[in-house]
Design a protein around this ligand. Sequence first.
Ligand SMILES: C[S@@+](CC[C@H](N)C(=O)[O-])C[C@H]1O[C@@H](n2cnc3c(N)ncnc32)[C@H](O)[C@@H]1O
Length: 220
Amino acid sequence: MIMRLFRAPGVYRPQADTRLLMRAMTDAALPPGKAVLDLCTGTGAVAVHAHRLGAKTVTAVDISRAAVFSAWLNSRGRGMSIELLRNDFAHVLRHRRFDTVLANPPYVPGPSAPPSRGRAKAWEAGPTGRALLDPLCDILPESLNRDGTALIVHSALCGTERTLQRLRAGGLKAAVVARRTTAFGPVLRSRARWLRDAGLLDPSETSEELVVIRADRIKP
Ligand SMILES: C[S@@+](CC[C@H](N)C(=O)[O-])C[C@H]1O[C@@H](n2cnc3c(N)ncnc32)[C@H](O)[C@@H]1O
């Protein structure tokens, strides 16, 4: 499902989580003609897919200049008009509303706080893996239009139930709509011991479960 994409040095390579989110978008069969926001867009793979699925407008945001440049090339090269913003996702969510919000944020737990720059900014998410997920869950209810929907992908290592509870606390209906087990990549392999010591991983585990969570705004 992943198309050929330009990727500037240091930009996140679309992988299993990207593919799972894109498949969930197709399966969700969200009505076309909607205003879509792709948070943490990287190469823009998810934004391009949203455009292909019939979004009325697509906005994509990333904190990385190289990512925004890559997404710009990947959309323009396909003749697509996608609004690209270089910004913190939280800023955009606090100031605008959308019908559909899509997100593959950094979610890998690690010993340090997320870095302020560099390639690792694409995945590092602090000791619980929730440095970006928690604010996302908290701001989301106010940034979805009535009948709006969000699809968020992350690893179960950072707490599927915690995401569901946080979204529900904001008045959204939330459920897991897709799962996929995948072997550890190099980052998780290199910190498996830390993850075990932190109680986030059982000693025998060598794979992680990725989940896509769907959240719907059902209240006016
Ligand atoms: C896991 S990658 C996902 C990329 C792409 N959506 C995909 O699925 O292949 C996360 C992206 O989030 C971006 N990012 C990290 N912190 C951010 C923030 N505070 N606001 C916006 N983007 C951020 C990174 O630059 C990176 O491109």
